[in-house]
Design a protein. Sequence first.
Length: 213
Amino acid sequence: MKPFFSRLIKTASLLTAATLLAGAVHAGELTLYKDSEFRGPSISLRDATPNLERAGFNDVTSSVIVRSGTWELCEHAAFQGRCIKLDRGEYRMLEGFNDKVSSVREINGRDDRDDHGGRPGRGDHDGRPGRGEDIVLFAQAGFGGRRAELHNDVRNLEDYDFNDRAGSVIVNEGGWELCEHAEFRGRCIVLKPGRYEFLNDMNNRISSLRRVR
């Protein structure tokens, strides 16, 4: 009987170790960088951080690498104010959110903002890119390259360093007018909710956009 119990205890120990290792592998991790293009001082995090002031990294983040998990980055401490959701990937610039991050937490793919006063989420349950904001612009066709996640009118995409760069678009909510010049001038197209892998003759020509009713 002793050999049997010995093998049983050994098997249980191995299973416990495997479980702990799996948990470590699946734990989320991201790295915040002070400058764009992943330059300057950085900080890597694996746990929710309600106040980056304590880590000496408040309102300084300009680029991010999400190594695993899905993370929420918020402009105020305790996950308050406007927030953005970042899936695994490299974000060389934080268009419209540069030097504004004060708290971060892993959200495991959910996008519920009701608990801290933000926008109610439309979670990325289908795993497709670009969910969460009302409209998402991608620098390449087929939803590749840099992206700009937006929910307000933008009179000049130059402010987001995204002027004349959009090659594909995902509209999650509402109808949107996309124009070739700033201030909604020039030729415009209207896109309803859907996924637009190509922009045809409007490719790399969008300079402003606004919601239309």
